[in-house]
Design a protein around this ligand. Structure first.
Ligand SMILES: C[S@@+](CC[C@H](N)C(=O)[O-])C[C@H]1O[C@@H](n2cnc3c(N)ncnc32)[C@H](O)[C@@H]1O
Length: 382
């Protein structure tokens, strides 16, 4: 058995151990948590997850576009905070660290060097890859495993790309006007779905009333505690969250009968995430941005703007300038980069499904309004 087979085998044994302790089926949320994050065993500890040879490619690896837009938003956020001398830049869930390195390089061209940089990443294997990347680019970055390990600071700008979609979700099925939690059992050979007890979810009744019997979806219980942890970190600052997702109304529309839970394995979508051995594929669910905004507000974060990734990139002066430079010097490589930009911006690519939520604390209203052009803001839809 090679190391990878050993990891998958041990992870299955680990999950069976959880079931034994629980006396049978476990909530899907616990299964997903183990499949992705079990120390040394979970999916994010495998070595080949990102890029062409892995299971998925994120926008972070598609040219410099996301870094250009993040750097510009970080620069504007710093200005909105009154240009403090002492401030911290934090990225959470940065994977291999490429986006943070590119963003820091881009910030330098804008004349901004964060005096204190933190990267919070749960995966041990990815923290090591980040450390290698930071060393290669000579960036001094404090690394941490959990947000709770960080000491609160006065001024903070925090960003993430595709983080909350990777939080373990609760799965449910709607039956007889009740939401029944879905669990995972073992039939002796493979993992199977199992109904657990009814559960109450913070999803509007007017939305639930439209569901038919058999409606399956999921709910992200970690958004609320995540927002509490984020908010407790700082007194003044901005939080930039980019991920794929919808308003609550759109997420839980009656026609979306199977929810958004899915796996990614070698660039193919896996519809039933229990089909493959746990630890073999990535597992994600879209983000309910209405719930995220609400959780943030309960935790003391003001909602500043909500827009699509396409609109965010399109209104970025740095992105537009770089596009013009590339177009002025056509070459195979430049055309490839322009194609990547189009994929990130157009509704047929990632432009519409990915969103940016901007939250803040301790800022006055006029300065926070400068963060996104009002004509692109869709906060009223959440
Ligand atoms: C889908 S990947 C995105 C990686 C990267 N941001 C990118 O755009 O390529 C999600 C990342 O978040 C990390 N992660 C998940 N939950 C986390 C948490 N609570 N704190 C820190 N990192 C977390 C995972 O280990 C993984 O690296």
């Amino acid at each position: 058995m090679n190391n990878e087979h050993q990891r998958l085998y041990t992870l299955t044994e680990f999950i069976l151990g959880l079931m034994q302790k629980n006396g049978g089926a476990i909530p899907f949320q616990s299964w997903m948590n183990a499949a992705l994050y079990a120390p040394k065993l979970g999916y994010y500890e495998s070595e080949t997850i990102f890029g062409k040879t892995g299971d998925f490619t994120t926008a972070a690896a598609m040219g410099n576009w996301l870094a250009l837009a993040f750097a510009e938003s970080i620069h504007k956020s710093w200005q909105a905070m009154g240009e403090p001398n002492h401030w911290t830049l934090l990225e959470q869930g940065g994977g291999n660290g490429v986006l943070l390195c590119n963003t820091l390089a881009q910030l330098a061209t804008l004349g901004l060097t964060p005096p204190h940089i933190i990267a919070v990443e749960t995966s041990e294997q990815l923290r090591q890859r980040q450390a290698d990347n930071f060393a290669k680019h000579r960036f001094t970055v404090q690394q941490a495993t959990h947000l709770q390990d960080i000491k609160p600071v006065e001024n903070l700008i925090m960003f993430s790309n595709e983080l909350p979609d990777a939080f373990p979700v609760q799965c449910f099925q709607y039956k007889d006007e009740q939401t029944i939690e879905r669990g995972v059992d073992w039939d002796g050979q493979t993992f199977i779905w199992a109904d657990l007890a009814p559960t109450k979810l913070d999803i509007g009744k007017h939305i639930q009333d439209k569901w038919q019997d058999g409606y399956i979806s999921e709910f992200n219980p970690h958004l609320s505690s995540w927002q509490q942890d984020v908010s407790s970190l700082f007194e003044r600052g901005v939080v930039l969250t980019v991920d794929y997702g919808y308003t609550q109304q759109e997420y839980y529309r009656a026609q979306r009968m199977e929810g958004t839970l899915m796996g990614h394995y070698q660039h193919q979508v896996v519809e039933d995430v229990l089909k493959l051995s746990p630890g073999l594929c990535d597992i994600t669910a879209h983000v309910d941005f209405t719930a995220l905004k609400k959780s943030g507000e309960s935790a003391g974060l003001n909602s500043i703007a909500y827009t699509t990734q396409g609109a965010w990139l399109a209104q970025s002066a740095s992105v537009q300038q770089h596009l013009q430079e590339l177009a002025a010097h056509p070459s195979v490589d430049n055309m490839k980069q322009i194609t990547q930009a189009k994929h990130l911006m157009l509704p047929t690519g990632m432009g519409e499904s990915f969103k940016l939520l901007i939250q803040g604390k301790g800022l006055d209203e006029s300065s926070s309004q400068s963060l996104v052009s009002p004509s692109f803001d869709r906060l009223h839809t959440l």
